[in-house]
Design a protein around this ligand. Structure first.
Ligand code: FMN
Length: 492
């Protein structure tokens, strides 16, 4: 017993840390609802960087993968859905539904596609407010089950970093949107009444400082704030299924995963670390660069999609000139009224180093692109020279991601690689182990090591609370190949 004087030759009991399986971390209801073995999610990464192979691998392991459909054509997204549904079947999987303020039509088309192909789970991201297509997805098919319970065939896991947006997702759909869907015969008025009693999203990922689009919020403040909000809204609405909050941003070590679960996260979601894995849709060149990144090798740079608004994305700054060049473009956009106003000395540099053609030729190529995709942009650009400049600059920013993903060696200095500080923290953790080299990194080995390591870190924290200070070798978990992990966990 604690505090008792042990018999001679018997060691005193100073603390107790029971077995903790990686399957036990997180909220059991999250795992059960989504049919998961682990409360672990591979986040969406645009342009298929979170690829079909990544979603398949995570599904086979009892983890949840989000396919990175943002930025892809409808045809390519449909092909991915077809393949994933065939290969994965009923195992957990989901697709990204990204808010596209510049292309509202495309968001509605993606929802049409998801509904038509029976996609049952989406990760909704980049929303600042709810949209009708998003609500249409969520409430389509809502009905009463045999026990009188409300059944929603389509589920939403929302990702947000602001409480005002979180509140909208955790609340039932707005009455005016439900009425509009009734008026458009999308749902019946009985179905609208049921939909008014469920949240838009039952799961909410609180996204702290991360790769790609980010508000750079600290996880230590964001997660408790979102948990408190979810509790408040749950108490207000008394939903049958309790709201859950997961954590993303900065999770890439046993300690960070353990801390997120300790704060009350229902699940953890990773992004940057998966981009460096073999299943990632990016190039070998980029994966090699990511594996060398250190924690501070990242910076904010202008975003292609919301360039004019000054929105930024977090990117790798090591080994590429992208961030410096993109910032130069944004400065010129702010200070010049048109491409013609760009000072001669600057124009020469842009044409030689960034565009590798004259700015007039760059506009001709951009114009040809929009002639197919969205001709209204051309009409606007011809009226407004500043908009023309924005389109040309955005074309460079958009291509810089493609050059990185395809590994275009002639454009290495222009690679735009979305990446958060989590990448460097991961590299530090795995330094000197088999996971140091890119060819050994696969999403399941990375995910399992994070979870097993989180269980070790959690148990070490329990012992610390008893006053037991473990040596580094006992509390720090070194990554191991999957076979060794299975042995360790006793299931080999
Ligand atoms: C290369 C890359 C692309 C991303 N693209 C998207 C995207 O298209 N949609 C999205 O919701 N989140 C996107 N994210 C964010 C991730 O889903 C995830 O939330 C984030 O990476 C978690 O933080 P971490 O980078 O610290 O792990 C992207 C992140 C990276 C690194």
């Amino acid at each position: 017993m604690f505090g008792e004087q042990p018999a001679d030759g018997v060691l005193p009991l100073v603390g107790y840390a029971p077995r903790l399986a990686p399957e036990s971390l997180g909220d059991p209801a999250f795992r059960e609802t989504h049919g998961l073995r682990y409360a672990y999610v591979g986040g969406a990464m645009a342009n298929g960087i979170s690829s079909v192979e990544m979603v398949e691998a995570l599904a086979r392991a009892g983890m949840l993968g989000f396919f990175g459909s943002a930025g892809m054509s409808l045809d390519r997204v449909e092909a991915a859905i077809e393949r994933i549904q065939q290969s994965v079947g009923d195992r957990p999987h989901a697709f990204n539904l990204i808010h596209s303020p510049n292309e509202p039509r495309s968001e509605a088309e993606v929802v049409d596609l998801y509904l038509r192909r029976g996609v049952r789970l989406v990760s909704a991201s980049a929303y600042l407010d709810l949209t009708l297509p998003l609500v249409r997805y969520r409430v389509s098919g809502v009905h009463r089950g045999p026990g009188g319970e409300i059944v929603t065939p389509n589920r939403v896991i929302a990702k947000v970093s602001r409480t005002e947006v979180a509140r909208k997702f955790l609340s039932p759909p707005p009455a005016d949107m439900l009425q509009q869907l009734v008026n458009e015969n999308v749902i019946t008025s009985e179905a609208a009444q049921l939909a008014a009693r469920v949240p838009v999203a039952g799961d909410l990922t609180a996204e702290a400082d991360s790769g790609g689009h980010t508000d750079n919020r600290p996880a230590c403040t964001l997660i408790p704030t979102m948990l408190a909000l979810a509790d408040e809204i749950q108490a207000e609405h008394g939903y049958a299924e309790r709201l859950r909050v997961g954590a993303a941003g900065g999770i890439s070590t046993p300690e960070s995963a353990s801390a997120a679960f300790a704060m009350g996260a229902a699940y953890v979601l990773t992004g940057s670390v998966n981009q460096a894995c073999v299943e990632s849709g990016t190039s070998v060149a980029v994966r090699e660069m990511l594996c060398k990144a250190r924690e501070a090798d990242i910076t904010m740079a202008p975003a292609a999609d919301m360039f004019e608004m000054g929105v930024k994305v977090q990117v790798l700054k090591w080994g590429t000139m992208f961030a410096v060049r993109a910032r130069k473009l944004y400065d010129l956009y702010r200070t010049c009224a048109s491409v013609e106003e760009i000072p001669e000395s600057q124009r020469v540099v842009l044409e030689r180093d960034l565009f590798r053609c004259t700015l007039a030729e760059a506009w001709a190529k951009t114009r040809a692109y929009f002639a197919v995709r969205d001709p209204t942009q051309i009409a606007r650009a011809e009226r407004d020279p500043k908009h023309r400049m924005a389109l040309v600059f955005r074309a460079y920013l958009g291509q810089s991601s493609e050059w990185a993903n395809s590994g275009d060696a002639s454009r290495r200095a222009d690679y735009q690689i979305w990446c958060g500080p989590s990448m460097g923290a991961f590299n530090e953790w795995v330094r000197g182990t088999f996971l140091e080299s890119p060819e050994h990194r696969d999403v399941v080995t990375v995910g399992l090591n994070l979870l097993v390591g989180a269980a070790v870190a959690t148990r070490a924290a329990w012992l610390r609370a008893y006053g037991v200070s473990l040596p580094a070798a006992a509390r720090r978990f070194a990554p191991r190949p999957q076979a060794e992990l299975a042995q360790l966990l006793g299931s080999a």
